[in-house]
Structures are given as C-alpha cells and as structure tokens.
Ligand binder design. Structure first.
Ligand code: NAD
Ligand code: ZN
Length: 369
C-alpha cells in the first residue's frame, strides 16, 4: 500500500492507495469512527456498484453505516442538494468530531466536503474517491464547492479531509471515457514539474487505461504526491504555486464553456486539449521547442483523448473562445495570467499574455488539420 502524507499545517492527513481498499474501508475508517455508526453520502451509480462491498466492510468492524444516495451528475452539486445533505446529517445526529464518508467522484466529494465544512461549524469527513479524477485531484487538497446560477464552484470552503482512501479497483466499473478524462489530470502532473513521470506515462499510460492495477497504483501515488507537495506549499492559492495545477485549464474551460459544460466535452477532455494548446502556444511564443509540444499532443492523441481543436467541430472563431477566458480570469489591460511551458515538466505562470495573441493562435488551431 502506498501512503502519501499531505502536510497541511494544522490539518495533516494521509492518502492511502491500494487495490482492494473499498473492501477494507471499515478497517481503515475504524480509528476515525465514533459510536460505531457512520453516515455515508454517495450517488446512485456508485451505490449500485460498491455499496454492498463498503457496507460489508463496515459491518465486519461492527460499524452500522447509514446511507444517503443522491442522483449522479454535476447538477447534484447545487444549493438544494447541499441543504438536503446537511439536513440529513443533522437527522443522523452527526457531531463535530464525527467523520462523514464521501464515497464517489468529484461531485460527491465536493458537495459532501462542503456540507461537512458547515455542519456544526465544521465536522470531519473521509474521502473515498471512486473516479480517477477524484483519486488524483479533487479528493486531495481540501477544496470543496457547489455550483450556482452564476457559475461553477463559486460557493465553497477550504476543508481538509481526515483521511483519503483511493482504491484502483473501483475504476473497474467506471466507464472508460471517464477513466481517460481523469488520465488527463495524471499527465498534467508530468507536464507541471516531473518530466520523468511524463516519460512513464508515454510507456505505461495505455496499460493504466486497460486496467492494469500496478500502473494505476503508480499513477495515482505519483499524482497524489505531486498534488500533496503543491497544496502543502500553498494551501489557499495565495502564493501562485497552487495555480500550477491549472495547467491547461484556461483553454479547457473556454472549450467547456463553448460546448455548454455538457457531455460533448468532459472536463478532463477539455484539459487534455487545453494542455496541448498551452504547449503549442508556448512554442509559438518561442518559449519551448515545437517538437516537445508535438510530443505532448502525440501522447494525448495516442490514448484516445481529444487532441485536435479542429476535430471538435466548433462553430466559432478564436476571438469567441478567448472571450470565454475573461469570465474565469482576472484581466488586466488586455493581458491574462496564464500557465505556459518552457518544456515538458517546466510549467510557469506568465502574467502578461495578450488576449489578442491567444485569439489569433486559436484561429490557427481551428484551421489546423
Ligand atoms: N475539489 C477539487 O479540488 C476539484 C478538482 C477537480 C475537479 N473537481 C470537481 O470534480 C467534479 C468532477 O468529478 P468526477 O469527474 O469524478 O465526476 P462525477 O463525480 O460526476 O463522476 C463521474 C461519473 O462517474 C460515476 N461514477 C463514479 N465512480 C464510479 C465508479 N467507480 N463506477 C461507476 N461509475 C462511477 C458517477 O456517478 C458519475 O456519473 C466537478 O464537479 C469538478 O468541479 C474538484
Ligand atoms: Zn481539472
């Protein structure tokens, strides 16, 4: 089992990664559970696949688990479901020193974590992430949130979990498209500051997607170590270090916005293409060799993630895509803060990228065959 400590001052915790952890969740949660009962929040898809296993593991420890099963999907991260979760936890008589369990993907983790942050002014919670995205990204670092009419993740809190249990076997029931989308965030860690890990992805990425548990465990552990290091250095995104995690996300969000945040383009798919665009834009600015940008594009394409902007078939121009970026970024005199690359494993925050240059670059990419 890999155990990755997350050294947040005042709220340190471990991420445990091992095939079969769902079946031993009760044993791992035991020291965090009081009164031999635990409240579990999950969604319908996850419950259908994994409730029996997890419930049996709690029963084996003499812990009674009480379950709230929410509808699956991004739209569950809203005010109404938040109120429902909080009211339900109150009927469960959860107290401040209790730990609620969030079993599911990023939607369940973000919503349950936020509920935990406000229940009785903050109670504990345990993340049991069941998507690759949640295992390598959203379950670690303490960002919790819901979406509102004004946009995604605009209401939330920093609230760190007490424990994270990532079971690579849980991905066996996850649709391949979702596994691939999560894999984009795995590649991201290589591109940020770990070129050797990008090399590893080129060799072993396909094995991970095919279900190889060793490859999955290695990728999750390496990704979590990277995220743990970054969030421990900048828990609340004040120094700019944590911003590195947004590599590919400004382009990605623009693509998600243009496709209506729908199934047409999953978040990780937008990030995959966004990282290629960040690399090619960096090459165009003379910051990195073009051959390295194309190496990134080749790997992303090889694993079946979207690697061509033209291939999305968008009916818009570069200006329109660039304008989407204004909504999620602070613009200052026509320039944007932007994550660019000096090479594979050398991401940095540039503060002076001109939106006009981005628009012109995107026009070229929309034409590229
Ligand atoms: N807090 C953070 O730092 C952070 C970081 C990145 C993303 N996020 C958030 O994460 C969310 C996306 O997370 P996600 O991609 O995990 O989406 P998700 O939670 O919606 O899960 C994707 C789909 O897979 C299903 N599913 C989950 N686990 C399964 C399993 N093991 N077997 C079968 N089906 C399963 C879900 O029911 C859902 O239909 C977004 O809301 C995003 O804002 C948060
Ligand atoms: Zn992301």
């Amino acid at each position: 089992m890999a155990v990755i400590p997350v050294a947040i001052a005042g709220a340190p915790y471990d991420v445990r990664i091992e095939a079969g952890l769902l079946a031993s969740a009760g044993k791992h949660c035991r020291p965090f559970v009081r009164k031999n009962r635990v409240a579990v929040v999950t969604d319908a898809n996850v419950a259908a696949q994994w409730r029996e296993t997890v419930e049996a593991s709690f029963n084996a420890e003499g812990i009674a688990s009480h379950w709230l099963i929410l509808p699956a999907g991004e739209s569950t991260k809203n005010w109404k479901q938040l109120a429902l979760v909080v009211d339900w936890l109150l009927t469960q008589e959860v107290e401040r020193r209790d730990n609620i369990v969030a079993l599911g993907g990023g939607v369940i983790g973000d919503l349950t974590g936020f509920a935990a942050s406000i229940l009785k002014r903050g109670c504990g919670f345990i993340q049991i992430p069941t998507t690759l995205l949640a295992q390598v990204d959203s379950s670690v670092g303490g960002k919790t949130a819901i979406n509102t009419a004004a946009g995604k993740n605009l209401v939330g809190a920093f609230h760190q979990p007490s424990l994270v249990l990532a079971d690579p076997l849980s991905l066996d029931t996850l649709p391949l498209r979702e596994v691939r989308a999560g894999y984009a965030e795995v590649v991201k860690y290589g591109l940020i500051d770990d070129p050797a890990f990008f090399d590893w992805c080129e060799v072993h990425g396909q094995e991970l997607l095919a279900g190889d548990p060793t490859a999955r465990e290695h990728a999750i552990a390496t990704s979590v170590s990277a995220k743990a290091r970054i969030v421990a250095a900048d828990e609340k995104e004040t120094t700019g270090v944590r911003a590195l995690l947004n590599l590919g996300h400004t382009f990605g969000h623009a693509l998600e916005a243009e496709t209506g945040f729908s199934d047409r383009l999953l978040h990780g798919e937008g990030v995959a293409l966004g990282m290629i665009l960040a690399a090619r834009f960096s090459a165009r600015q003379g910051l990195m060799p073009s051959a390295e940008a194309e190496r990134i594009a080749a790997h992303i394409g090889a694993v079946g993630l979207p690697a061509s902007l033209a291939g999305l078939g968008l009916a818009c121009n570069g200006r329109r895509l660039a304008d989407h970026m204004l909504h999620d970024k602070k613009m200052d005199a026509g320039t944007l803060p932007f994550l660019l690359l000096r090479g594979i494993g050398q991401a940095f925050l540039a503060n002076d990228v001109a939106l006009d240059d981005i628009a012109a670059f995107l026009d070229e990419e929309l034409e590229r065959t």
